[in-house]
Design a protein around this ligand. Sequence first.
Ligand code: DAH
Length: 337
Amino acid sequence: MKQLIEQTKEKIESIRIETAQELENFRLKFLTKKGELNELFTAFRTVPNEEKKEVGQLLNKLKEFAQTRFDEEKEKLGTKEEETKPFDESLPGRKSDIGSKHPLTIVQNKMISIFEQMGFSISEGPEIEDDWHNFTALNFPENHPARDMQDTFFIDGDISLRTHTSSVQVRVMESEKPPIRTISPGRVYRNEAISARSNSFFHQIEGLYIDEGVSFADLKQTLFLFVQQFFGENTKVRFRPSYFPFTEPSAEMDIFLGTETEEDYRLTKGTGWLEILGCGMVDTNVLENCGIDTTKYSGFAFGMGVERITMFQYGVKDIRTLFENDIRFLEQFRSLG
Ligand code: DAH
């Protein structure tokens, strides 16, 4: 009898209980009237009197042991069940914080989509550029100040960080045949003192249009259309003569903001006009450098700064805030992108 009690104890100890069904099986096997323990109690009657006391104590302990195991397992399963309870749809949701587009991305995407609608493709070039694509092919004279250490981050020999996206013009013209109608957004670098108005890197969008019979009138009309769509239908523009090595004639385009927007005369210096881009007819030297037949083709190009327009659009006073990634600043643009 004692041996039987010991064996039953081992069984109770080692039986696996991981599911509600297994717990129920345990109960049926040991704790019910027809269970093994009750059988032992029945057999207890036949135990000789002198052993009854000892065996009786062992039996009671065994019963307690089985009951304890049952209670413990039941509790464990209970908490498990709670964890997997189907979720309560009536609970208020927890909003996950998703990011927002950077203001520069918002403005750049808007610019790109306007030119895309006019049939411009998008092209990109490397930020680490050689002298040919960044300067020489673009007709920069050997001693031009833009090549100076002041402006350019040189890397090694004639390799530098591109100072403008005009380098992509060269790459496109070298690899594609006219008609070419493309814009090239990207980051550019200049070795300038960092201040509220200038940073050592910023973003430009370059435009290039090469075809037969492209004229300055096409340039003006394209940019005028862009301004109307980006800044509003009634925006006034003006072209001022300018100089760039890679265009002839060259111009800068201003949009009229009026002077009411002028808080501190920094934006338009009190004139009401904000310069937004440089442009011109692609110099024939540049076309020839890139293997384009100048007896057949002509074209225009333009380049504009994304930061300047973003700062104007959103009243950003310090260019550096666009690069600090301060969530408190960036969150303000959440609804726009
Ligand atoms: N590359 C010039 C700059 O970074 C901007 C520019 C001016 C681009 C005239 C052009 C252009 O394509 O025609 O200041």
